[in-house]
Every structure is written in structure tokens, then in C-alpha cells.
Design a protein around this ligand. Structure first.
Ligand code: SF4
Length: 214
């Protein structure tokens, strides 16, 4: 199959357990929790998006005809030798497109593969690092992995149940209100208070935004 990619770029992973690590990001186009054809929040199921995943017009984006073509492009973006290669498959919802062929092709390029998914579709364990970010308006079917990253505050979230899911790390990440810094500050304060009260969880910050990285 071919793969529709919004953008592909070299950066540092900003969030979660691997924050600070050199990474190639591959952002797939499309999300199953976004009903609008354009980025129209009024038609979205999910209200948490802070990324543009519509189309294939970003840096390094496009339609890749084969898994090998996309893996080769990711390796070119990495641009060094084969050591410590790290790729983050994100979106949008990457599991709409990620398949066994792509996982094999990225492993053949010596990438450690991380994925950031909304958890509404099963994620194969052949992916090296599974990060799931549940959305209250949807059913999370992928209830195991390495990192559960809950955006906070999130009305209707069943965070108590999530503590019984099979994740090695429980992370709480303050919701970015994007154009409302005062609201973002309030979300940070709520997240800090939550973690203080619930020590199974720890705070995840979007350090790429703090650092001014993509
Ligand atoms: S699930 Fe993720 S990519 Fe999809 S609309 Fe929500 S925040 Fe955006």
C-alpha cells in the first residue's frame, strides 16, 4: 500500500519518556477522530488537537508508494550513520496507515520505532515503543503499551480505569489551549495538582514548545 504523510522532519522528541531524544518524526495524514474535511473544530469528535495533519503538503510530506520508500526517506532525514536511529510515527492517527511492511522496513533501516496513537485501533507489539493518548469521546481498544499519555484536563476521562490497564508509564500532560496562554497556565496548574494527589502519574511537558522546536 502507499502512505500519505503530512510531514517528516528531524527534531528532538519533546514529550513523554523519550523527551530530549534525537528523532525523525513522520506525521501521517488523517485522523479517525476528526470528522471535518478541513481543520474545523466545530466538526471534530476530538477537541485536543494541536497539530495540522490534513493533506500531504508539509516539509518532507507526500505520498510514498511503498514501505521501503518511506523507510528510506526516514533514514535520509536522520542523515547520520545507523546508530541510535529513532523514529516517531504520529499523526493524525498513524494506525490508519502503519502496517507490518512499514514496521519491517523501518527495522531494516535500524530504527527504534515509537508510535503515538489515540488507541482506537490495535497497535502491533512489533512496534518498539507504544504511546497511547486516550480521548474521552472514543473507545480505547489498545489498553497495553509502554506509555499512556493523558491530556489534562479531560472531561469524562476514565483515568481511574486506566490505572488498571497494562502500561509501564502513566503520564499526564497539560492541555495546550494554543491561543490562550492563561488557559494553558490553568491546565498546567491542574495537572500539577493532579499528580501531587495521584502519585502513580507523572507530569509530561511539551518541551519542544518550550524550546521552540517543531
Ligand atoms: S486523536 Fe489526536 S490527531 Fe486525532 S483529532 Fe484528536 S488530538 Fe488530533
Amino acid at each position: 500500500m502507499s502512505y500519505a504523510v503530512k510531514e517528516r522532519f528531524l527534531t528532538l522528541q519533546g514529550e513523554g519518556v523519550h523527551a530530549g531524544r534525537r528523532a525523525v518524526f513522520v506525521r501521517f495524514a488523517g485522523c479517525n477522530l476528526w470528522t471535518g474535511l478541513e481543520r474545523d473544530r466545530a466538526t471534530a469528535i476530538c477537541q485536543f488537537c494541536d497539530t495540522d495533519f490534513v493533506g500531504m503538503d508539509g516539509e518532507g510530506g507526500g505520498r510514498f508508494p511503498t514501505a521501503e520508500a518511506l523507510a528510506t526517506a526516514a533514514a535520509e532525514t536522520w542523515g547520520m550513520d545507523r546508530d541510535s536511529r529513532f523514529v516517531v510515527l504520529t499523526g493524525g492517527e498513524p494506525m490508519l496507515q502503519v502496517d507490518a511492511d512499514l514496521i519491517d522496513a523501518l527495522h531494516a533501516e535500524n530504527f527504534f520505532i515509537a508510535i503515538e496513537s489515540n488507541g482506537t485501533l490495535p497497535v502491533p507489539r512489533t512496534i518498539d515503543w507504544i504511546c497511547i493518548s486516550p480521548k474521552a469521546e472514543s473507545e480505547t481498544v489498545q489498553r497495553s503499551g509502554d506509555e499512556l499519555k493523558l491530556v489534562w484536563p479531560q472531561e469524562g476521562s476514565n483515568w481511574q480505569d486506566m490505572q488498571d490497564w497494562d502500561f509501564a508509564n502513566l503520564l499526564l500532560q497539560p492541555k495546550d489551549a494554543i491561543s490562550d496562554p492563561a488557559a494553558s497556565k490553568g491546565h498546567l496548574e491542574q495537572a500539577i495538582a493532579f499528580v501531587q494527589a495521584h502519585p502513580k502519574w507523572r507530569l509530561s511537558l511539551q518541551t519542544h514548545k518550550i524550546l521552540g522546536l517543531a
